[in-house]
Write a protein that binds this ligand. Structure first.
Ligand SMILES: [Zn+2]
Length: 278
């Protein structure tokens, strides 16, 4: 029997606990720098013709400046929703914004209003297999977190297993999204989806061309560390070598665990996570 995910959701939250001040000092700055360059890569992939539209969050202050930059490239932006972002000191307003050429933006905004996730996914360049996965998990099954279905489809464990072990193509590792580290803009249908992997490599190539090669290498390093993801009673814990992330997920009565196997480990990391044997 497949582990049951119940129809019950918790209020949204996300907390991070670092294993040491040293780990926090070294890595938090790198994460912030990477997130800034990733947002540029999001719209650069549109300017380079890799896909029609990009969807990302941007602060109120940054939006006007970005619109000027994009105009020179023949691109425009449209805000599709506004959000209050809570950080440690204050709440700030940020916008979910779509960037693209005028014709594609019209098509995206129409699809957004209709909730047409297939058209939005196509305009954002997501592979057909990942678009079908999104529709099944988020729309048909009504989940808010796709990590367990993503892991269970890539694992060789029995379908009723509550603890699974997976190897991920590093570019598709979704466990670091909460701190801004990712190399593909969407959740792949599996940890080893070949189409999503080649999409990610196009993003990395754009990042390298834009002079962000060091950031691409940093992300690839982080995405190869071991991770233990577990979910119980609507709360997920993501244990990594340098920090633990707790956040909201779908409600489960029994504990589900995904161990991401790895052979690399940061020197600032705390021991105790599963690393693949030789
Ligand atoms: Zn896929």
């Amino acid at each position: 029997m497949v582990p049951k995910i119940l129809e019950f959701t918790m209020p949204s939250f996300s907390r991070k606990m670092w294993v040491s001040d040293q780990a926090r000092e070294i890595w938090m700055k790198k994460f912030v720098q990477f997130a800034e360059c990733w947002r540029q890569i999001e719209w650069l992939t549109v300017a380079n013709g890799i896909r029609s539209c990009a969807l990302f969050f941007i602060s109120q202050q940054e939006l006007a400046g970005l619109a000027l930059v994009l105009r020179k490239l023949g691109l425009k932006t449209v805000v599709v929703s506004a959000h209050i972002q809570a950080d440690q000191r204050q709440n700030s307003l940020c916008f979910r914004t779509v960037a693209g050429r005028a014709k594609d933006l019209r098509a995206f905004c129409k699809a957004w209003k209709l909730g047409d996730d297939e058209t939005m996914g196509r305009l954002l360049g997501y592979p057909p297999c990942c678009r079908s996965f999104f529709h099944r998990v988020f729309v048909q099954e009504g989940l808010t977190d796709c990590i367990w279905p993503m892991g269970s489809s890539a694992s060789e464990s029995p379908s009723d297993a509550q603890t699974i072990y997976v190897n991920s193509i590093p570019e598709l590792n979704p466990f670091w999204i909460a701190v801004g580290i990712r190399l593909v803009p969407h959740y792949a249908c599996r940890f080893d989806c070949p189409k999503a992997a080649s999409f990610a490599r196009e993003f990395i190539a754009v990042g390298n061309e834009a002079g962000y090669g060091t950031f691409m290498e940093t992300a690839l390093e982080v995405l190869q560390w071991p991770v233990e993801w577990s979910c119980l009673h609507g709360i997920v814990e993501i244990r990594t070598p340098i920090l633990k992330i707790s956040q909201q997920s779908d409600f489960t009565r029994s504990k589900l665990t995904i161990n991401l196997l790895s052979r690399s480990f940061p020197k600032e990391g705390a021991a105790g996570l599963c690393v693949a044997p030789d």
